[in-house]
Design a protein around this ligand. Structure first.
Ligand code: V47
Ligand code: SF4
Length: 380
């Protein structure tokens, strides 16, 4: 049965509350839903209904295509001046002997490990080390580009950038231009967490606020650099906080059209200062992905980051709005294994990721960072 007829049948069911029927009709007429309606979906939407709406939108936008890319991570340091309560990864600067700090040569050795391997992207992300400044990272970017010009460099969360720019006493525009000139091409979506100030106060009080995060992404978009957006969910936030977060992203996207994808990040409670908080259930995860797909109508892509969600759950989300599974990264990221994700050694070969996608009756497509198709399945 097509996804449109599935929704039409659901909308005729007599037990469906009128509020949900109206939302379903809006989706079929390609109308945007309001923040209040998104909250209604969280509160009243039953999972089959939400899944059908999200899947309809996903198939309208992308058919069965499911994207992945070939990338690797460089994590320059896990030493961090900030102290986010959910973070299992960082070591405070005052305890820095427990952490790692890579020199530029060591990071170039990581790049050289991929000689002859058809990766298209390097993702640079880490803690915030006071001695690794803007000019240090410009040097790193230049060396990577000189060594491997074809590699797209996606790097630095708004948190790292805000600190770098303040320390170097440059404006956000000046700092971003320097990084762009040195080779930075796009920004990852990290550091967004939940924008609501009362939640930020409880989970990440000392780093850039929501307004600053949005302004840094706006600045990147002004310079023609695409970015991603994340939301850390499933801890102390309410449905209204989630919707407010997504609404602010949706408004910025209306203004700039600079976001590529939205990546909900499920809070993992291993070995951090929020370990007493239970993790969200898989049903809550499915609801969240579906509502995100329905609400964020101007975001082209919805990504399930499998190293954090686990590969089986990420596969399930392909029926709840997701059309991107991130990369075939090897064990080059430690953020999630340190926070208790079931993916202790997150690595999937191209064949494994394609099998995962085809088993869900979708079509795997290798993409580059900006979603140009590198290879369709028939060529993989
Ligand atoms: O901002 C940290 C999250 C983010 C935990 O843009 C946690 O393509 C869950 O943003 N439980 C950094 N999440 C990683 C990130 C990312 C990852 C992959 C792809 C992209 C992209 C971006 O990791 C942080 C924070 O929200 N995080 N600790 C935790 N315990
Ligand atoms: Fe530092 Fe990022 Fe961890 Fe926060 S989440 S403590 S900014 S590494």
């Amino acid at each position: 049965m097509s996804s449109i007829s599935q929704i039409q049948i659901l909308l005729t069911q007599s037990h469906l509350p009128e509020s949900l029927r109206r939302i379903g009709q809006k989706i079929l007429q390609q109308e945007r839903i309001t923040s209040e309606e998104a909250i209604t979906l969280f509160e009243e939407g039953e999972i089959g209904f939400l899944g059908a709406l999200a899947n309809y939108i996903r198939e309208e936008k992308h058919g069965d295509k499911t994207y992945f890319n070939r990338n690797f991570h460089i994590e320059p340091t896990n030493v961090c001046v900030f102290s986010c309560a959910f973070c299992s990864y960082s070591r405070l600067y005052k305890n820095k002997e427990e952490g790692w700090e890579l020199s530029i040569d060591q990071m170039m050795d990581i790049v050289k490990k991929y000689d002859g391997i058809p990766v298209t992207e390097v993702h640079i992300v880490g803690g915030v080390h006071p001695k690794m400044d803007l000019y240090y990272f410009c040097d790193l970017l230049r060396q990577i580009k000189a060594y491997r010009p074809d590699l797209h460099i996606k790097g630095f969360t708004a948190v790292e950038l805000d600190y770098m720019f303040r320390k170097a006493k440059v404006s956000r525009l000046e700092g971003m231009q320097l990084l762009k000139d040195a080779g930075l091409q796009s920004l990852p979506g990290g550091g967004a967490e939940i924008f609501a100030p009362e939640i930020r106060k409880q989970i990440c009080e000392d780093k850039v606020d929501g307004e600053g995060w949005l302004d840094i992404h706006r600045t990147a978009h002004q310079l023609g650099m695409p970015t991603n957006a994340t939301m850390l969910y499933g801890h102390v936030e309410s449905y209204a906080d989630r919707v407010d977060h997504m609404h602010q992203l949706r408004m910025l996207q209306d203004e700039t059209n600079g976001f590529n994808c939205f990546i909900p990040l499920k809070f993992r409670n291993g070995d951090n200062d929020m370990s007493h908080i239970a993790e969200s259930s898989i049903i809550e995860d499915m609801k969240l992905y579906a509502v995100a797909r329905i609400f964020m109508d101007n975001f082209p892509h919805l990504k399930a980051y499998w190293p954090m969600l686990g590969r089986n759950n990420a596969q399930l989300m392909l029926n709840y709005g997701v059309n991107d599974l991130d990369g075939t990264i090897d064990d080059s990221t430690k953020i999630y294994s340190m926070a208790g994700s079931e993916e202790q050694n997150p690595s999937m070969s191209t064949e494994e990721i394609c099998d995962l996608i085809t088993a869900a009756k979708r079509i795997p497509v290798e993409r580059d960072t900006t979603y140009h198709e590198v290879k369709a399945m028939s060529e993989l």
